[in-house]
Design a binder for this molecule. Structure first.
Ligand code: NAP
Length: 286
């Protein structure tokens, strides 16, 4: 029940219509009996400054931030936590008595989900595809977790800059290679984990993949952070090749759980959030 005391949280981005976040957070708020509600607000690229003024004026308690605002929002906030500042992008905002503080929970979401699957990440050889917002956050968190990291991205310069930025800020050496099948085949032979952190394979372009099936081997864990569809072409072909697979649901729920904990100070009901997302994907997306 929404009352006169209900506190508002929201996702801002464009598009937001297919977001799974309202189902995920509202289920968590209900489970903990919190008088909070989560909505989506479509904010076009040029309207972000006005939207943030609106957040302040209306006292919206917290935000998630998605494409295309994750980088542009940085300069509109009052404070950034250390990780968001390193990554240069924000996916979570907390309104603390009028002060807007930016966080980035994408990296933690990805590493927590991977740890659920493989246990310890330290020492694992990981090939990460992408150098966009999500990939940047994941790359910093993986480097901090002590993995041997190799980056590959369509725009090579972006991956180079990301590798240099991790080396400068964290002091970890990160390899960077070209996104070509023969190069991937070579680096994947040594790798334990492949992560697709690009948008390739995402709805509606579900027949696309960046990795040919014959470069995947049996000992590899293939993680696609795309969650719509849950089984991407990459994951389908990797499974057929005998590799272990992991979809983007774990990251989605763990980054959401981290945001929930920042907003509420309470432990997130992860199973409830996971079930809500599965239900939405299964029943709401025919
Ligand atoms: P983004 O900042 O727009 O970055 C997109 C990335 O995909 C870039 O590396 C881009 O390469 C690459 N890319 C796009 N089209 C390509 C193509 N045709 N061929 C090769 N590379 C291509 O997006 P993002 O925010 O990082 O999100 C990426 C994906 O992760 C999206 O599908 C999003 O839904 C998903 N995601 C999932 C979670 C989760 O919780 N599971 C969280 C965040 C994001 P260039 O640099 O060359 O353009």
């Amino acid at each position: 029940m929404i009352s006169s005391r209900t506190k508002l949280f929201a996702l801002i981005g464009d598009p937001v219509e297919r977001s799974l976040s309202p189902a995920m957070y509202n289920a968590a708020f209900r489970k903990l009996g919190l008088d909070y509600v989560y909505a989506t607000l479509r904010v076009a690229r040029g309207s972000l400054p006005e939207a943030i003024k609106g957040v302040r004026a209306l006292g919206i308690r917290g935000l998630n931030v998605t494409t295309p605002h994750k980088v542009d929002i940085v300069r509109l906030l009052d404070e950034l936590d250390e990780l968001a500042s390193r990554v240069g992008a924000v996916n979570t905002v907390k309104n603390e008595d009028g002060k807007l503080i930016g966080f980035n929970t994408d990296g933690r979401g990805a590493t927590e989900a991977l740890k659920e699957k493989v246990g310890k990440l330290g020492g694992q050889e990981v090939v990460l595809l992408g150098a966009g917002g999500a990939a940047r956050a994941i790359a910093f968190s993986l480097a901090e977790a002590g993995v041997e990291l190799t980056l590959a991205n369509r725009t090579t310069l972006k991956a180079k800059k990301l590798a240099a930025s991790i080396e400068r800020k964290l002091g970890f050496k990160v390899k960077q290679v070209e996104l070509k099948q023969e190069v991937l085949k070579r680096v994947l032979e040594q790798a334990d984990i492949l992560i697709n952190a690009t948008s390739v394979g995402m709805y509606p372009d579900v027949d696309q993949t960046l990795v040919k099936a014959d470069v995947v081997h049996q000992g590899l864990l293939v993680n696609d952070i795309v969650y719509e569809p849950l089984t991407t072409r990459l994951l389908r072909e990797a499974k057929d090749a005998g590799a272990q697979t992991m979809n983007g649901l774990g990251m989605l729920v763990h980054q959401g759980a981290a945001s929930f904990e920042l907003w509420t100070g309470k432990k997130a009901p992860i199973d409830v959030m996971k079930a809500a997302v599965r239900k939405e994907l299964g029943e709401g997306r025919k």
